[in-house]
Ligand binder design. Structure first.
Ligand SMILES: *[C@@H]1O[C@H](CO)[C@@H](O)[C@H](O)[C@H]1NC(C)=O
Ligand SMILES: *[C@@H]1O[C@H](CO)[C@@H](O)[C@H](O)[C@H]1NC(C)=O
Length: 475
């Protein structure tokens, strides 16, 4: 038998449970950490014994490669979060620890056999109690994401959904769709990519899109709060025993982003379709038209585009991860030609519900008579914007010449909010221009009394009122 030819005689192997090595642990709300009851393919009585609820959804959680040979600490956290959101659901944790603690390439190759195990389990469970396919949701982390993909490929019908949490890169970046997670493996496949640094063959997480929706938080390369400084801090506070956790910080962030989406329903993060990370970082992709934006994680809108869709978002460094995205567009006028790179700015946003002051931003280029577009985020909802301040910091202590600081003139500032889907034009608070001087005072802008879009809205409002005036007069 060739273990690599997983399609070999599909019907025969499907009902042979003797070679299943993976275990299917039914976890409970009360004891999310413990393996108290296993559902065993071929033993229908175990379905009842574990109190499997046939009338609700089932989540099947699949872990990845492990150094310790034990379940990692995220497993009970995810189980708890799933039950928090769906209290009556069934949460089953696949235990393939013995195959997952080999040399990485060996464990990576085992994803095929484990995927077969999971497919057999699902097919059997489905047939045994006539369980609806649309209630099945597989969630796989790292190598487990590919296990979920292979399982989804081999089930008799497509399962409803597979969520891939930073699917593993090494051995999979260039592999075919049958060996990796792919959009064909479920009715809907959503993927979070959180640790895709370096060249494709070196990256811990797979770089290419493998689902219907592929989200790259913070560019997908590495995650805030996982940098060296924090790493050193974590080693200092929790000791070297947790080195394992530290190395995986960005990789595992994919799971915590999903947990966040389960627990903090009222603070759903948004991701935006974009052609590239660079365009996103210039704030150019904050549109929600034609399904260009989507909710992240559990509450995602299941939009199946023909081609894989790369989406981007920024996050905070701790849960809840949601931030609010803004595109700022500004034109720098000047009589004399000035040209700078990497200028430190501080931007303050004032809204109806609050303010966010001195958001640092390094302006990559600052040239006379050019327009810049950039992305800003706030970690709280400050509501509709009313005022903006722009400050150009001195990057050195002694700026020369101090008596004649370089100054740009700014007439207007345009801000588009991703979360509100609004565009607001700001004009100089006093006079036609605000002045932005290096090391000088902040340039202040206020919301225009009547912008074109609000005029349009007024017209629309009038139209609506007019249309309903008959109804109103009869009331
Ligand atoms: C698959 O297995 C069945 C039952 O053992 C057998 O009848 C059939 O010929 C096999 N098919 C292939 C393509 O090997
Ligand atoms: C920038 O444009 C303004 C008119 O829009 C012009 O008066 C000014 O000379 C230009 N500055 C430079 C450096 O070309």
């Amino acid at each position: 038998k060739d273990p690599n030819n997983i399609m070999e005689n599909a019907t025969e192997w499907m009902t042979d449970f003797s070679d299943i090595e993976s275990k299917f642990s039914f976890r409970t709300i009360e004891e999310p950490e413990d393996d108290l009851c296993y559902i065993v393919p071929g033993q229908p009585e175990t379905i009842k014994e574990c109190n499997f609820n046939p009338d609700t959804k089932t989540f099947i959680v699949i872990h990845g490669w492990t150094v310790t040979g034990m379940f990692e600490s995220w497993v009970p956290k995810l189980v708890t979060a799933l039950y928090d959101r769906e209290p009556t659901a069934n949460v089953i944790v696949v235990d393939w620890l013995s195959r997952a603690q080999q040399h990485y390439p060996t464990s990576a190759a085992y994803t095929k056999l484990v995927g077969r195990d999971v497919a057999k389990f699902v097919n059997w469970l489905q047939a045994e109690i006539d369980y609806p396919w649309e209630r099945l949701h597989l969630l796989g982390y790292s190598l487990g994401a590919h296990v979920a993909g292979i399982a989804g490929l081999l089930t008799k019908h497509k399962v409803n959904r597979i969520t891939g949490m930073d699917p593993a890169g090494p051995s999979f970046e260039y592999a075919d769709a049958q060996s990796t997670l792919s959009p064909d493996d479920a009715l809907f496949v959503d993927v979070l990519h959180t640790n895709t640094r370096g060249s494709p063959d070196r990256s811990i997480g797979i770089q290419r899109p493998v689902g219907h929706i592929d989200i790259y938080p913070n560019g997908g390369t590495f995650q805030p709060g996982c940098d060296l400084q924090n790493t050193v801090l974590m080693v200092a506070t929790s000791g070297l025993r947790n080195m394992d956790q530290i190395v995986k910080c960005s990789h595992e962030r994919s799971i915590h982003l999903f947990i966040d989406s389960l627990l903090n329903q009222e603070q759903e993060s948004m991701a935006y379709h974009c052609s590239s990370k660079d365009s996103f970082n210039k704030g150019m992709c904050l549109s929600c038209r034609k399904n260009r934006c989507n909710k992240v994680g559990y509450g995602v809108n299941k939009i199946r585009t023909r081609r894989s869709s790369k989406m981007y978002m920024k996050t905070r460094d701790v849960m809840p991860y949601k931030v609010f995205h803004y595109q700022v567009k500004v034109h720098f006028f000047g009589k004399t030609k000035l040209s700078y790179t990497d200028q430190p700015m501080k931007i303050s946003l004032y809204g109806i519900h609050g303010e966010k002051e001195n958001i640092p931003y390094i302006m990559p280029a600052l040239n006379t008579n050019t327009t810049m577009s950039f992305l800003l985020t706030t970690d709280t909802d400050i509501g509709e914007l009313l005022m903006v301040k722009l400050l150009w910091e001195k990057d050195t202590l002694i700026s020369w010449p101090w008596w004649n600081p370089d100054t740009f003139h700014i007439r207007k500032l345009r801000i588009k909010s991703g979360e509100r889907q609004s565009k607001i034009i700001f004009s100089a608070k006093e006079g036609e221009f605000s002045y932005l001087s290096r090391g000088g005072e902040a340039a202040v802008f206020v919301k225009e009394k009547e912008t074109q879009s609000s005029r349009k809205n007024q017209r629309l409002h009038k139209l609506k009122m007019h249309g309903s005036s008959f109804k109103q007069s009869t009331e």
